[in-house]
Design a protein around this ligand. Structure first.
Ligand SMILES: Cc1ncc(COP(=O)(O)O)c(C=O)c1O
Length: 425
C-alpha cells in the first residue's frame, strides 16, 4: 500500500474510520509499566481478556453455587450441552458443518485423539509427514504416535522443508515429496499458519494433495483460527484441531476445538468415553457404547465448564464483528505496521512473514550485526510493548483486529525506535 502516512494523526484518523473500533473497549488490557500504557501485540500467543468472558465465568460459578448438581440439567444453559454453545461460532470461523465441530480438551490432546483415529499405518504406508519447523508439541505428538506403533521416528517421521537457505514452505515441494514417497505416507499433520514465520499455508492444496496420494490429512489450526479464512468442509481435511487462547481470546488453557469431516462420521474407529455416547442414553449407564452423531462422538469426558464459558463468550464477539470485516481490518492494520517498520527501520529490521501469505502476525528479525536481538526484545518489554520472542532470533508481533488499533501500530514503531537507539548505544 502506498497511501499510508507515518504520523499519529493518520493512525488516529484510521481508528476513527474503523467500524470495528468499539470492540477494543470490550477487552481488559494489561497494566501500565514504567509509566507507559501497554502496547499489546501478542494475540498470537495469548489473546486479551474479553469483559464478557468474566461475566460468563461468574455466571457458571453462580450456577454451581445456587444449583449445584442441578446445573447439569436445570439452568438456562445446562452443562450437559454447554459445549454446543461454541458450535455456531466455530462453524462461522472454520467453514465446517455444525455436526463436524465440537469443543473438547486442549490442542495436543486432541491431536493425539485424532491420530488414534486417523493415523492407521498399513504395510509400507506408515510414515507421518510434518513440516520441518513444526511447533514442538506437534513434533513430539507425531513422533510418539510412531513409537506407539513400534516405528522409529528417525525413519518414519518425514519433514517438508523450505528450500535451502529459505524460510518459506512451498506447496510445489510438498507435491514433489508426495510424488516420490506418497505411497509410504499415512498421515500429513500440518499447520494452517506456520507459528514461527507467520506464513499462511495453502490448506486447500494440502488437502487435495493428501487425497490424491491416499494420505490422511490433519490440520493444526492454532495460529489460523480467528486469524485467516477457513473452509474446512470444502477443503476436506480428515480432522483438525485448534486452541482457543490465541486469537479466540478464551484465556490460558481454555477448551480447544476439534473438527472431524462428515465423511468419517459413520463407522469410524475412535477412543470412547461416556461423553461421546448419545445424550439420549448416556445416563442410562449401559455397558455398551452408542456414539453421538458427528464430531461429538469424539468427546470423552465431561468438559470443564469454567474453561469453556470464556470460549462461548469470546465467540460472540466474533459473531458480532463478522469475520469478513475483521479480516479486512486485519489486512490493512498488519500492512500498516509492516510499512511503518520497513519505512523507518528497513535497514536494521526485516520481516520474514511473506507479504502475500500472512495473517495478522509479523515475525521480525534483526538484520544488523550491531544490534543484539534479544537485548532489543528486552528493551521493548521495558517499554511495555508485548510481543514474543522465538528462539533463536525472531520477535513476533500481531496486531489483532478485534482489539488493536492503528495507533497501537504507530506507538509500536515509536517504541521500537526508542528500543533500537538504546540497544545500539
Ligand atoms: C501450533 C501449535 N500447536 C500446538 C500447540 C500446543 O497447544 P496446547 O498446549 O494447547 O496443547 C501450540 C501452542 O501454542 C501451538 O502454537
Amino acid at each position: 500500500m502506498t497511501n499510508f502516512e507515518d504520523s499519529r494523526e493518520f493512525a488516529g484518523t484510521c481508528d476513527r474510520d474503523d467500524p470495528l473500533a468499539t470492540f477494543r473497549e470490550q477487552f481488559n488490557f494489561p497494566l501500565e509499566k514504567n509509566g507507559r500504557a501497554p502496547v499489546y501485540l501478542c494475540g498470537n500467543s495469548l489473546g486479551l481478556q474479553p469483559q464478557i468472558a468474566v461475566d460468563y465465568v461468574h455466571e457458571e460459578l453462580a450456577n454451581w453455587h445456587h444449583h449445584a448438581v442441578d446445573g447439569h440439567f436445570h439452568t438456562a444453559h445446562p452443562w450437559v450441552t454447554y459445549h454446543r454453545r461454541a458450535v455456531s461460532g466455530f462453524v462461522a470461523l472454520t467453514g465446517a458443518r455444525e455436526s463436524e465441530v465440537t469443543a473438547m480438551n486442549t490442542l495436543t490432546v486432541n491431536l493425539h485423539i485424532m491420530m488414534a483415529s486417523f493415523y492407521r499405518p498399513q504395510g509400507k504406508r506408515r510414515k507421518i509427514l510434518i513440516e520441518a519447523g513444526a511447533f514442538p508439541s506437534d513434533q513430539y505428538a507425531a513422533a510418539s504416535q510412531l513409537q506407539m506403533h513400534g516405528f522409529d521416528p528417525e525413519e518414519d517421521l518425514l519433514l517438508w522443508t523450505p528450500p535451502e537457505g529459505g524460510l518459506h514452505l512451498r506447496t510445489g515441494d510438498l507435491a514433489a515429496l508426495l510424488e516420490r514417497e506418497g505411497d509410504e505416507i499415512s498421515l500429513l499433520l500440518l499447520p494452517g499458519v506456520q507459528y514461527y514465520t507467520g506464513q499462511v499455508l495453502d490448506m486447500a492444496a494440502i488437502c487435495e494433495l493428501g487425497r490424491k496420494h491416499g494420505c490422511m490429512v490433519g490440520l493444526d489450526l492454532a495460529h489460523a483460527i480467528g486469524n485467516v479464512p477457513l473452509s474446512l468442509h470444502q477443503w476436506g481435511p480428515d480432522f483438525a484441531s485448534w486452541c482457543t487462547y490465541k486469537y479466540l481470546n478464551a484465556g490460558p488453557g481454555a477448551i480447544a476445538g476439534a473438527f472431524v469431516h462428515q465423511r468419517h462420521h459413520e463407522n469410524q474407529r475412535f477412543l470412547h468415553g461416556w461423553w461421546g455416547n448419545r445424550l439420549e442414553t448416556r445416563f442410562e449407564m449401559r455397558p455398551d457404547f452408542e456414539p453421538a452423531a458427528g464430531a461429538e462422538a469424539w468427546q470423552m469426558s465431561n468438559p470443564p465448564i469454567l474453561a469453556l464459558a470464556p470460549v462461548v463468550a469470546s465467540l460472540q464477539l466474533f459473531e458480532q464483528a463478522g469475520f469478513d470485516a475483521l479480516r479486512d481490518k486485519s489486512a490493512t492494520l498488519t500492512a500498516y505496521l509492516r510499512w511503518l517498520v520497513d519505512k523507518r527501520f528497513g535497514e536494521l529490521i526485516g520481516t520474514i512473514t511473506p507479504d502475500d501469505a500472512s495473517g495478522c502476525q509479523l515475525s521480525l528479525i534483526v538484520r544488523h550485526p550491531s544490534i543484539d536481538a534479544r537485548g532489543l526484545f528486552d528493551k521493548l518489554c521495558e517499554l511495555n510493548v508485548t510481543g514474543d520472542w522465538r528462539y533463536p532470533d525472531v520477535i513476533r508481533v500481531a496486531p489483532v483486529p478485534l482489539y488493536n488499533s492503528f495507533e497501537d501500530a504507530y506507538e509500536f514503531a515509536e517504541r521500537l525506535g526508542a528500543a533500537l537507539s538504546a540497544a545500539r548505544s
